[in-house]
Write a protein that binds this ligand. Sequence first.
Ligand SMILES: [Ca+2]
Ligand SMILES: [Ca+2]
Length: 252
Amino acid sequence: MQSNMRLLFLGLLVAATTFFAACSEDLEDCDPAVDANCVCTLDADDTVVDDCVENETDDGEACTCSVEEANNEANNEANNEANNEANNEANNEAPQFRFVFIQDDTPAVNGETPGADIDTSSLIKGDGSGEFFATNVEDSDISCDGNSACDTNAMTGAPDVVNNGECFGGGGVDTTLFTSFNQGFAIVSFGDNVIENGDSIHVYEIGATECGRFDDDPYTVSVGVSDDANGTFIEIGSGAAGDNIIEVSGLE
Ligand SMILES: [Ca+2]
Ligand SMILES: [Ca+2]
């Protein structure tokens, strides 16, 4: 009698376990008539069937219905792509620093080439991809009054003041090769290159540092996202005697 009770208890336990197992399986299942992406396949060989009801086909074969993972993957990929596109658009819309504002800080000017005298300037990329010379003067305010080197076209392109290792090739001053700022300013760009933290701006200011002749004149360098003098520029440093290469930092 006691062993019969034990058998009955075991039997109930098995039945309960089976019931709950079936129950939990049902929760993961789906009904192709109701659920989108619900696919039913034969348990035997994964053949897709459309007559699977309560894990059995019309022919009595065991089958299982579930939401197809492939669709989930496809949906995830589509979602990722949409997200990536949104992110890229946000990135593209983020302001890019492409402009350098050079301001002459010479306190008093005299002579035919007043103020800081700039042969050209360049962007030296911190990733080692190269040195890019100014391609365009976007905006400027440089007076030609008493200034025989006021043409801003002279301050783009590769430096050309130093020839054969000497300033003006060892000869006289050629005012067509540089721009004297006359206490003014100029905004330059470097093609499509973007200015980032870790890059450097090299200002080829004609003086003791670049030429071994004349004076190093003071100037301030700022970086901005605008090609307009009314835009916001972030000061990154000043030309110092003996050093015309200013590292870019503090951009966000
Ligand atoms: Ca030049
Ligand atoms: Ca100078």
